[in-house]
Ligand binder design. Structure first.
Ligand code: PLP
Length: 362
């Protein structure tokens, strides 16, 4: 099956081969070398000097870790899709006084919207320890520009900017230091094009400082314990060395491609997908200015029903995602991320057209 879903995505055969290497002890110099090389490569990928934390876990574990380490009591959550809603729910389920700013799916919050929420809290004599934002909402293919939010937060120094870049990192620009992201987290299974299995975060010095003051951070997800492990290039728990080998090799491949070239390749695929969708009378689901370059979410509009074509493609071994949750049948999503090339995408879209034509003729 060839995966054009918005993650997990295709893994290069050379990377799969890396994962088949024999296991090594996780307290050996070889493993420390791998750990250090991965961290150095991730700093370059994320454009940051911040502490790089790595866990053998799903990305959601880092979402939970962010809450447990940085929030004493009050957190604010921009909710514009399924994964941003998950972060809000994670905070509530960890006993925090979590507040959601609900905005319509397909939209992103702007500076004024964030400032209004922060001011409303201030008027009640309250401040938030952190605000969470999903940079690229995979459920709707919606991007939220982060720089304007960081500018607002400069006036609220007690509120840390925590960002989920799960489906944008390595596929679209994410400049952790320039954009002043206190936490930027992601998993491996999207634009990095590795199998799922590790969660990564870059954590700013002031966020690490916050963690020292927060009680009951737990053990496995404790940022301070993870950072202490880094001093010896070790994980406190047993890491997946298969993923470490694969990560180091993939970071090298990404460096060889060039980060900007990689971003440009994703942007080109997104533009071609939007043009193709328009030719069928379909519309981009997200608002203008908020359209993802790694996952296109396409609404039916006046175009033909796409669901039978998704089924035909699946029978041919090509997996494209139906809409998320309530958007099923109303939207579909093409993940053009990671290893996919324009040639792969063109082939998919031609086969999609053939499936649509076959439907019309049937
Ligand atoms: C934006 C976003 N955040 C978080 C997650 C959760 O990742 P995981 O399943 O690795 O916990 C996903 C998964 O699709 C996602 O797309």
């Amino acid at each position: 099956m060839k995966l054009f879903i918005p993650g997990p995505t295709q893994v290069h055969p050379d990377i799969l081969a890396e994962m088949a290497r024999p296991a090594i002890g996780h307290r050996t110099p070889e493993c420390a070398q791998l750990w250090g090389t991965a961290r150095a490569g991730l700093s370059k990928l994320m454009l940051t000097q911040n502490e790089i934390l790595m866990l053998t876990a799903p990305a959601s574990a880092m979402m939970e870790a962010t809450i447990r380490n940085l929030v004493h009591e009050h957190s604010l959550h921009v909710v514009n899709g399924a994964f941003s809603k998950r972060w809000f729910e994670i905070a509530k389920s960890n006993g925090k006084q979590a507040v959601a700013i609900d905005i319509p799916w397909g939209h992103g919050i702007d500076a004024d919207g964030l400032r209004a929420a922060l001011e409303a809290a201030k008027a009640e004599g309250k401040s938030y320890d952190a605000v969470t934002v999903v940079h690229n909402e995979t459920s709707t293919g919606t991007v939220t520009p982060l720089e304007p939010l960081a500018e607002v937060l400069a006036d609220y120094p007690e509120t840390l900017l925590c960002v989920d870049a799960v489906s944008s990192m390595a596929g679209a620009p994410v400049r952790v230091d320039d954009w002043k992201l206190d936490v930027c987290l992601f998993g491996l299974q999207k634009c990095l094009a590795l199998p799922a299995g590790m969660a990564i975060a870059a954590v700013s010095p002031r966020a690490m400082q916050r963690a020292t003051q927060v009680k009951d951070r737990g053990w496995v997800l404790d940022f301070l314990r993870l950072a202490k492990g880094n001093e010896k290039e070790q994980s406190p728990t047993t890491p997946s060395t298969a993923h470490l080998y694969a990560l180091v090799a993939q970071l090298k491949r990404i460096e060889e491609e060039g980060l900007e070239n990689r971003w440009a390749r994703h942007a080109e695929m997104a533009a071609a997908t939007r043009e193709w969708a328009a030719s069928h009378g379909w519309l981009p689901y997200p608002q203008d200015g908020h359209r993802s370059e790694t996952v296109s979410c396409i609404a039916r509009g006046n175009g033909p029903d796409f669901v039978p074509a998704l089924e035909s493609l699946k029978a041919e071994g090509l997996l494209v995602s139906n809409g998320y949750g309530d958007l099923k049948g109303k939207t579909f999503r093409i993940g053009h991320m990671g290893e996919h090339s324009m040639a792969d995408l063109t082939d998919l879209l031609q086969r999609f057209d053939a499936a649509l034509n076959a439907e019309v003729q049937a």
